[in-house]
Design a binder for this molecule. Structure first.
Ligand code: HEM
Length: 391
């Protein structure tokens, strides 16, 4: 059975036949009940992502009303992900240079160590496996940013609370908790940033490097910098947990895959890349038309909103031949699930490194081989695909 509507697709057991039908249909269709133009083919999704008048936020609501005036709203308002122009370009360049210079072999090694300690002694399954998939990536990025080992699980907890402010499905209580978490994270990052500045020995620390890159591009807004450090953790949190979870699903369902990667852990990196292509964790993103334009020959007006179905574009045969097949070796693999154009994800390499390292640890523990997960459903979400494993 198909999902009831496009916003129910990312959490549906198998939305891919529905996506294939969308890709085979008109380039842009209007979903009247949700007031959204839907773009699903690779060409149309990319056309919107490249269009400079298609913005990440509606002009009338740069910060969602539900969090305006709160600490969570303060963070949201500074995020490169949520801004265009001056509040986007220089900060983006600084973060991009910082992430591009990250020592990936070290991240891999640190993630493996964190993943082992988060595993504990027991064989992970069900809710514990889901918790582990959430905690490891955010702890790995917090570790990279300079948090002490003793703080990592607290940071993961704050992040769990904070990301609720990004979801339209959140309750009032969740929004309050998100603001408390935003305050705590900003305060902690502020101390880390001051320490990195003051301590010359720390000149190679991640925060010293981010501050250096910010200075180089003329980004001198300390509050925005702190907010975007919180942003690095929030961009990591659900998306990378979903990537790890969807990889576990692939290991449980793709014939021969578990045996192959157990024998050859070097195949884990291409495996997570193919999961990002075949069953990605972020299924869609939105754009808001700032002035009249045309997409695929269809006129759009200022104020119109578009939903770009990245997960459908990934399965467009024009973008990836034999799209339904899970192939470790795929020539020119195209992964729309990390976006494209001005707002393209800067964390793709980091996310893949962390996910592959976490999965290597999981396979090393033998728990997937002993008791592969048999049942799961997907967390309620309008854009993310994150499996919840049943006990
Ligand atoms: C599997 C994991 C991830 C996925 C699927 C993912 C996906 C995405 C997507 C689709 C966008 C663009 C959204 C849009 O254009 O509307 C994005 C932006 C972004 N991502 Fe990721 N991401 C992941 C992990 C990460 C990580 C680990 C980091 C860094 C620590 C990161 C940092 C960012 C940033 C800073 C942006 C905003 C870029 C901008 O607006 O210019 N992401 N991500």
């Amino acid at each position: 059975m198909n999902p009831d509507h496009i916003l129910a697709a990312s959490a549906h057991p198998n939305p891919y036949p529905y996506y294939a039908a969308l890709v085979a249909g008109p380039a842009l269709v209007f979903d009247a009940p949700r007031k959204l133009w839907i773009a699903s083919s690779a060409a149309c999704v990319k056309e919107v992502l490249q269009n400079p008048v298609c913005h990440v936020r509606p002009a009338a609501e740069p910060v969602p009303k539900a969090i305006l005036g709160s600490a969570a709203g303060e963070v949201f308002g500074h995020l490169v992900r949520m801004n265009e122009g001056a509040k986007h370009d220089a900060p983006k360049l600084a973060l991009q240079r910082f992430l591009a210079a990250t020592d990936m072999p070290r991240v891999q090694q640190r993630t493996e160590a964190l993943a082992v300690s988060a595993l504990g002694n027991d064989s992970l399954r069900g809710a514990e496996l889901s918790r582990w998939a959430f905690e490891v990536p955010v702890m790995a990025v917090a570790d990279l940013l300079g948090f002490k080992a003793s703080e990592l699980s607290q940071v993961a907890g704050w992040m769990g609370d904070f990301v609720a402010c990004l979801s339209p499905l959140s309750t009032e209580a969740q929004l309050l908790a998100a603001s408390d978490a935003a305050k705590a994270l900003l305060a902690r990052f502020s101390v880390l940033a001051r320490t990195a500045q003051a301590d010359e020995k720390d000149a190679n620390s991640a925060l010293a490097r981010v501050q250096f890159e910010a200075g180089q591009v003329g980004w001198h807004n300390a509050d925005a910098l702190l907010a975007n450090l919180v942003g690095l953790l929030s961009q990591t949190y659900e998306a990378t947990a979903g990537l790890i979870g969807n990889s576990i699903v692939a290991l449980a369902t793709q014939p021969g895959l578990l045996e192959t990667v157990t024998r050859q852990p070097g195949q884990l990196l291409p495996m997570v890349q193919e999961v990002s292509r075949h069953d990605p964790s972020i299924h869609n993103t939105r754009r808001f038309v700032a002035q009249a334009t045309q997409i695929a020959g269809v006129p759009l007006q200022a104020g119109d909103a578009a939903l770009l179905v990245l997960a459908a574009a990934s399965r467009d045969p024009v973008c990836n031949p034999r799209p339904g097949d899970f192939l470790l070796e795929r020539h020119g693999r195209d992964i729309p699930g990390f976006g494209q154009g001005a707002h393209q994800c800067q964390g793709q390499m980091l996310a893949h490194t962390i996910a592959a390292a976490a999965l290597k640890t999981l396979l090393g523990s033998g728990c997937l081989q002993q008791t592969p997960p048999q049942r799961w459903h997907y967390r309620p979400s309008v854009n993310a695909r994150i499996p919840v494993f049943a006990d």
